[in-house]
Ligand binder design. Sequence first.
Ligand SMILES: [Fe+2]
Ligand SMILES: [Fe+2]
Length: 278
Amino acid sequence: MIKNLAVTILVDNRSEDPRLIAEHGLSLRIEADDRRILFDAGQSDIFINNAETLGIDLRSAETLVLSHGHYDHTGGVARMLELNPSLQVYCHPGIFIPRYSRQADGGMRPIGLSKTTADALHRCVDTIHWVSRPVFLTEDIGVTGPIPRLTAFEDTGGAFYLDPEAKSPDPIDDDCAMWFITNQGVTVITGCCHSGLVNTLAHIRSITGSLPITIIIGGFHLLHASAERIEATCDYLQSAGVGKIVPCHCTGEGAVECMERRFGGEVVERGRVGAIVK
Ligand SMILES: [Fe+2]
Ligand SMILES: [Fe+2]
C-alpha cells in the first residue's frame, strides 16, 4: 500500500494564483512514495511553466499516462518527451484516431492529437505501453484501460464524432482512469471521464475489491449533463462513501454546485492550478 500520495494540479481550467496559468485542459503530477507520474499533459506546454513556478522538476517523472486522445490532455506531450526522452508512456492504442466535435454553430472541429504530439508518440517505439486492459504499474497503481459502459444514464458527454460529417459517434473507447491503493483506501484519477464517472468508479471497484474510495480527482465531464444525471452521479458517490471530491477541468459548474450542496465544503474542493491533494 502507498504510504504517501500527493496529487498536484499543474493544468486546470481554473487558477486563483496569478503566477499559475490556467487553460482548458488537465495535467496532474502524482507522487506515490518513490514513483513520479505525470497524468495528462494539458493543451499546451504551460504545465511545464506552472511546474517550475511550483518548484517541481518534471524530469523526475518516470511515467506519463494519457487518459485519452483529446488535444486538451495531450498538447504538451512532445515537450515533456524532450525533457525526459526515457519517459515510459501508457495509453490506449486508439488514442491516435482522428476525432471531431460539433460546435454550437454547427461547425465541426478536430479535437484529436496534434501532429506534433502524434509524431512524438510514434517515436516512442521502445517506451510506449498499450493499455487495452487494466495494467498494473505496481501492485498498488493501475491504469484501467477501456471502461465498460454499464449505466443507462451516462454517455460520453458531448457531440463527439469520428468523422467531420458527424455520421459516426465517437465512443471514446480509449478513455482510461487510474487508481492508487493507499493505506487510507483508493484514490481515483480521471481525465475527462467520457466513460461516465459512475462507470469509471464501478470498474475500478471491480478491480480493487471492497476497499473504500477515499479521493476522486479529475475532470468528470458533466458540463452538458442533465440534472437527473448529476443527481444520479451524486447518489452513487454518496452510496460509495467517497471521502473527498476534487472536480476539475470539464466537470461543469452545475455539477460542482450539486456536489457542494450534497456533500459540503469538507468533502468537495474545487480544482485549481497549484492545488495539492493528499
Ligand atoms: Fe478534456
Ligand atoms: Fe476529452
